[in-house]
Design a protein around this ligand. Sequence first.
Ligand SMILES: NC(=O)c1ccc[n+]([C@@H]2O[C@H](COP(=O)([O-])OP(=O)(O)OC[C@H]3O[C@@H](n4cnc5c(N)ncnc54)[C@H](O)[C@@H]3O)[C@@H](O)[C@H]2O)c1
Length: 181
Amino acid sequence: MNNICVFGLGYIGLPTAAMFAHHGANVVGVDVNQHAVDTINQGKIHIVEPGLEAIVKQAVDNGRLKASLTPVHSDAYLIAVPTPFKGDDHTPDLSYIQAVSKALAPLLEKGDVVILESTSPVGATEQMVEWLAASRPDLTFPKYHEPDTEADIYMWLIVLSVCYQARWSKNSFLTTVSLVV
Ligand SMILES: NC(=O)c1ccc[n+]([C@@H]2O[C@H](COP(=O)([O-])OP(=O)(O)OC[C@H]3O[C@@H](n4cnc5c(N)ncnc54)[C@H](O)[C@@H]3O)[C@@H](O)[C@H]2O)c1
């Protein structure tokens, strides 16, 4: 898996993108923030993260990491955009993930991997599958209720907490990975 596209170059996405590049992947980091894109492409960082700038600079200098406002086709897509609460009832705002789904859908090809790293409520991956599938009726996506059915696109949700129940399907088509930290 050599080509990776990371959506959201903030406190989660940028270190993740930089480490992928540091370990030899070709990474395009996508952000809607022009200042972030320009700063990263100069080998600098726009966030406070000790030690990160040197890794970003090296990755940009050797051509492994490039920031952009627009995504490119990749083998894997990692999504690290915000998921804030909205309103008084603390409903999670999935509009950032929806925007990424819209940008990502036209690029998908059979065998691609989509990883949702944004903190998400239960059901967010299935919601994302619905958004992607609506744009790409030519591809098949994992269905939670049919975990053993082969699909064109692999979907993962990464959760670095014990908040969500781990869900694992035999063929890893729709997977929640829970890591206790
Ligand atoms: N999975 C985990 O273990 C884990 C751990 C910590 C945080 N998170 C989650 O990761 C997500 C990102 O957190 P963060 O601290 O990096 O946020 P952040 O605000 O530092 O960065 C988010 C970035 O996404 C960009 N963005 C917004 N909309 C975009 C779009 N449509 N396309 C591309 N880029 C877009 C913003 O400009 C910003 O640079 C949040 O949901 C957070 O809760 C996950």
